[in-house]
Design a protein around this ligand. Structure first.
Ligand SMILES: *[C@@H]1O[C@H](CO)[C@@H](O)[C@H](O)[C@H]1NC(C)=O
Ligand SMILES: *[C@@H]1O[C@H](CO)[C@@H](O)[C@H](O)[C@H]1NC(C)=O
Ligand SMILES: *[C@@H]1O[C@H](CO)[C@@H](O)[C@H](O)[C@H]1NC(C)=O
Ligand SMILES: *[C@@H]1O[C@H](CO)[C@@H](O)[C@H](O)[C@H]1NC(C)=O
Ligand SMILES: *[C@@H]1O[C@H](CO)[C@@H](O)[C@H](O)[C@H]1NC(C)=O
Ligand SMILES: *[C@@H]1O[C@H](CO)[C@@H](O)[C@H](O)[C@H]1NC(C)=O
Ligand SMILES: *[C@@H]1O[C@H](CO)[C@@H](O)[C@H](O)[C@H]1NC(C)=O
Length: 447
């Protein structure tokens, strides 16, 4: 059982609108099914099943997680951590987590505003009976390790650098593996010019993506991360390095092997298994209309499906779509050829994959003999896959013009004779989702 399958489905609910969609089960062969109009229910219509939580001074409800028993919801807001009853969002514990005055003063002296010089919670992860959480702490990120059943009880406080962004505006993601490694994708520095996917804590050596190398990461906005099998996956959008005419943003899936221990002489302290591929979410046509910018994802592990919200660029007409990807299509793309550019003036060309069906290999080959089956020269050269990851069906599941969705959550429910996918979508018209999230709402599934 996964979190969503339990009693209810939770999500951020920002100010006003929201749609609730009932989608037929995925059956790629059944073209009738693909074309079926999905019933759409508005936020107003589900309001009888909606619970709300708000507290004076608490804004920016940006992080949510569950306790292992699935009874409680742990929430990170600006300067606050909350434990709420999952059933009705009633408050169990509220803990203030403020920056101290000296840190705030140092933040102002760097030219940052009062609004920015606060503690925005950006990492909130449960590991056993502990909560590992990080906040921006007035551009001096810190992390604490707390008792999950009593959030005031702090065990450790460590630097949040490379684990949490400095700025509340920077988008980041992090996960904790069962063996205690933290994988964070975030800006590593104050100005936000050094983005990285970074592993720390645990017993494996710290590793990162190559620094200041636009072929690895090019002004990314990180969206989500998942621990799946031998790999850790990251979803983000970034400037497309392979696109030569003008600046374009593409959405990506990337992965690294969890047993990667970095290179020797070459790629020292750096991933040797980092690869990424483009995600295609578009309205088909003679000239497809692309929703290039990934905003949010939701993973259904029992079906190996990843739901994503994609939008157009902020500077163009607003439009959003929901596309669904299966893990086998993602794996297949990573097994295929790479896209390779000999030098900055040459064209990007497909290049055969030297290790198709790459499965991370073994790390324990004696003294650093073969770290993974990947050759280090190849690992440095081949980052981007040639093939594009295509969605399960070519037409987006849902499209809407004039709006920019910000969050998606999916619940699978058993109908009379089939499974239904309930897609919850949220957006806030004309407002930054993060800075205006003053209310946390939860919707229980109608019975
Ligand atoms: C949190 O504390 C526990 C117990 O001291 C420790 O085992 C764990 O490694 C810590 N986690 C992190 C992420 O620091
Ligand atoms: C929670 O932890 C704090 C700090 O260790 C302690 O003072 C408080 O009594 C604890 N609360 C409960 C309910 O155990
Ligand atoms: C983070 O993502 C949000 C939502 O897509 C976007 O509005 C914001 O500009 C992003 N932050 C940065 C620094 O790009
Ligand atoms: C994306 O999907 C559309 C619809 O199937 C297709 O026409 C288009 O060629 C695809 N684009 C890429 C880059 O794969
Ligand atoms: C993980 O990698 C090992 C070899 O390193 C392989 O035997 C195993 O099948 C892989 N696991 C999965 C889930 O693919
Ligand atoms: C290391 O891997 C290469 C292929 O990448 C292989 O030719 C070589 O035999 C391997 N060495 C050991 C000691 O396994
Ligand atoms: C996974 O998605 C691909 C399209 O990317 C599709 O061709 C394939 O049938 C899907 N596989 C399953 C098991 O649904």
């Amino acid at each position: 059982m996964t979190p969503v399958k339990e009693t209810c489905l939770i999500a951020w609910l920002v100010t006003s609108l929201g749609v609730w969609e009932l989608v037929q089960p995925i059956a790629a062969e059944d073209s009738q099914c693909q074309r079926a109009e999905h019933p759409v229910i508005t936020y107003k219509e589900i309001s009888p099943w909606l619970h709300e939580f708000r507290m004076k001074n608490a804004v920016d409800f940006s992080q949510l997680t569950f306790d292992p028993g699935q009874k409680e919801l742990v929430v990170g807001a600006r300067n606050y951590l909350f434990r709420l009853q999952l059933e009705d969002l009633s408050l169990i514990q509220a803990v203030e987590w403020q920056c101290d005055e000296a840190t705030k003063r140092a933040c102002y002296s760097k030219g940052k505003s009062q609004e920015e010089c606060q503690n925005y919670i950006r990492v909130l992860l449960v590991g056993g009976d502990r909560l590992f959480t990080c906040g921006t702490n007035a551009f001096t990120p810190i992390c604490t390790n707390r008792t999950l059943s009593n959030l005031t009880e702090i065990h450790d406080q460590i630097s949040g650098m490379a684990r949490c962004p400095y700025s509340p505006q920077h988008n980041s993601t992090a996960l904790l593996t069962s063996s205690g490694e933290l994988y964070a994708a975030t800006a590593m520095d104050f100005p936000g010019r050094d983005p990285a996917i970074y592993r720390s804590l645990g017993i494996l050596p710290p590793l990162r993506t190559a620094q200041y190398n636009s072929k690895w990461l090019n002004e990314p906005n990180f969206v989500s991360s998942y621990d799946i099998g031998n790999f850790t996956y990251f979803f983000f959008r970034e400037n497309a390095v392979e696109h030569d005419c003008g600046k374009t943003v593409f959405s990506r899936a990337a992965r690294v092997c969890k047993n990667d221990i970095g290179g020797r002489f070459l790629l020292e302290d750096t991933w040797t298994t980092f690869m990424k591929a483009r995600l295609n979410c578009s309205r088909p046509g003679e000239i497809p209309f692309y929703y290039n910018e990934l905003q949010s994802t939701f993973f259904l592990p029992e079906l190996d499906l990843i739901y994503g919200i994609f939008t157009t660029n902020v500077n163009s007409i607003a439009a959003s779509a929901v596309c669904v990807f299966n893990l086998s299509a993602i794996t297949q793309t990573f097994n295929g050829p790479f896209k390779y550019q000999e030098n900055s003036r040459s064209a990007w060309l497909p290049y055969p994959n030297p290790n198709p069906n790459f499965q991370c290999g073994t790390m324990d080959q004696g003294l650093y003999v073969n770290l993974t089956e990947r050759n280090l020269q190849d690992a440095q050269k081949f980052i981007l896959m040639h093939e594009v990851i295509q969605p399960v069906i070519p037409v987006p599941y849902f499209m809407e013009d004039n709006s920019r969705f910000s969050h998606v959550a999916v619940d699978v429910v058993q109908g009379k004779d089939m499974l239904f996918h309930l897609i919850y979508l949220w957006w806030s018209p004309g407002l930054e989702p993060r800075s205006d999230s003053r209310t946390l709402a939860l919707s229980t599934r109608p019975r």
